[in-house]
Design a protein. Structure first.
Length: 437
């Protein structure tokens, strides 16, 4: 019987999704042992709200996490419009996003409290496979395997290491120490609370809404399980120097009075939402340049924000993490399907699976990250006419919100096959590859 020992750092959304996906590689001839190592002392997802666009929700269904697809867990707007954009002062609708090809209601953009989505994923991972209080100190890999070293003095060994430990990934640092993160110029106020606190607000939009202002944005939406979220954005010049992004930790308690003051001159709906927000937490936004490769020493790769340090822009992080997990699974499934049943994977085969995964996901995320980095430091609109023009002429995000990771996987396989074999016979083989999915 073949066997594969997989180590995953981090048990957030990316780590859990990866574990759920790779467990599906197990068969009567092949044993998969997956162990997750989490630095937290308890299984609690920090953060506020999270959105999953159609690509992520389709992948959630493929993973078998059907318990997260119900309207009770994730909120979908009644108009089936994923986002509405309003003017900061007049409250008028200036623009909106629309689905292009999302016929299934369950795949329409949904918004969750992160904790609820995290809990839904946790139900599909054995608790005995998750090890808490395991903060990574260092990681190594060679021809014989991978080793994780923890701050408590212990270590773990395996065949493959998947870094799912977030934007400040210790695994990424171990194998690419020169990669740096930079503040994007945005720090967010975020809050989640019971929706009953804002239900009495007059003219409260029923759909998820972005208000755009001259310097700032304001976002509000209902979430699943009768929760609500408000999100604001500030510049450090509007906030005490002690709250400079360099000194603010992720999920730090913020000053709700400053949040309310920031929106006191906005339209009555936004002002009322800010006034009813009971607390805020701070989230400084950092991003880094796209990595040239996600594969290290033929045995190590990255998923989620550890791989694509885009700082959560376009609310794409959760969906990308799910797509990463599925693409990694498909890549190993392809290698196993073309290998000898019941045999251990060779280093060459492991490397081949990780490279295939990279070819599927890296170009897509690199495009997103380049868009993010191009917008850093852009000047605010000079007048109201320019503001309205920017809102109306936002670039379409359908290429990433409705991206199909499985279709991309099939296309990449076809491209590789055409490079290896004469073009005249490539079409028939592409059909064989698709049938294996």
């Amino acid at each position: 019987m073949g066997r594969l020992e997989i180590l995953i750092t981090g048990s957030g959304i990316a780590g859990l999704a990866t574990a759920i996906a790779l467990r599906q590689l197990e068969s009567p001839d092949f044993k998969v042992n997956i162990q997750l190592y989490e630095k937290a002392t308890e299984l609690r997802e920090i953060g506020a709200s999270i959105a999953l666009s159609p690509n992520g929700l389709r992948t959630l269904e493929r993973l078998g996490v059907h318990n997260a697809l119900d309207d009770d867990v994730g909120f979908r707007g009644p108009s089936a419009i994923p986002m509405i954009y309003r003017h900061w002062k007049t409250n008028e609708v200036v623009s909106d996003d629309r689905f292009v090809n999302v016929p299934d209601h369950r795949h329409q953009t949904a918004r969750f409290h992160r904790g609820h989505l995290h809990q839904a994923l946790l139900e599909h991972v054995p608790r005995e496979n998750i090890h808490l209080s395991k903060e990574v100190r260092h990681a190594e890999a060679d021809a014989n395997g991978v080793t994780l070293y923890f701050e408590d003095g212990t270590s773990a060994k395996g065949d493959i290491l998947v870094g799912a430990d977030g934007l400040r990934s210790k695994v990424r640092v171990a194998f690419n120490p020169g990669h740096a993160l930079h503040w994007t110029g945005r720090t967010l106020f975020r809050s989640t609370f019971d929706a009953s606190l804002v239900e009495a607000i007059q003219d409260l939009p029923q759909d998820s809404t972005h208000w755009w202002g001259p310097k700032h944005i304001f976002f509000a939406s209902k979430l699943g399980k009768n929760q609500y979220t408000t999100v604001g954005q500030y510049d450090p010049t509007d906030y005490p120097q002690s709250q400079d992004p360099a000194t603010v930790s992720w999920d730090q308690v913020g000053d709700v009075s400053v949040f309310r003051d920031l929106y006191k001159d906005w339209n009555p709906v936004v002002k009322a939402l800010a006034e009813e927000t009971p607390y805020v937490r701070l989230f400084p936004n950092f991003a880094g340049q796209p990595l040239e490769s996600w594969v290290f020493k033929s045995r190590v790769t990255l998923v989620g924000n550890a791989a694509h340090t885009h700082g959560g822009a376009y609310a794409a992080g959760g969906s990308l993490a799910l797509d990463d997990a599925w693409a990694l699974y498909l890549s190993f499934l392809h290698i196993l399907a073309n290998g000898e049943p019941g045999a251990d994977l060779s280093l060459q085969n492991i490397h081949g699976a990780l490279i295939l995964y990279e070819k599927v996901m890296l170009p897509h995320t690199e495009r997103l990250m380049k868009n993010v980095l191009a917008g850093i430091g852009s000047s605010p609109p000079q007048n109201d006419e320019e503001l309205r023009h920017r809102i109306k002429n936002r670039p379409s995000g359908t290429w990433h919100t409705e991206h199909d990771v499985e279709a991309t996987f099939v296309r990449v396989l076809g491209e590789q096959e055409r490079l290896r074999r004469p073009e005249s016979s490539s079409d028939s083989r592409d059909g064989v590859k698709q049938s294996r999915l």
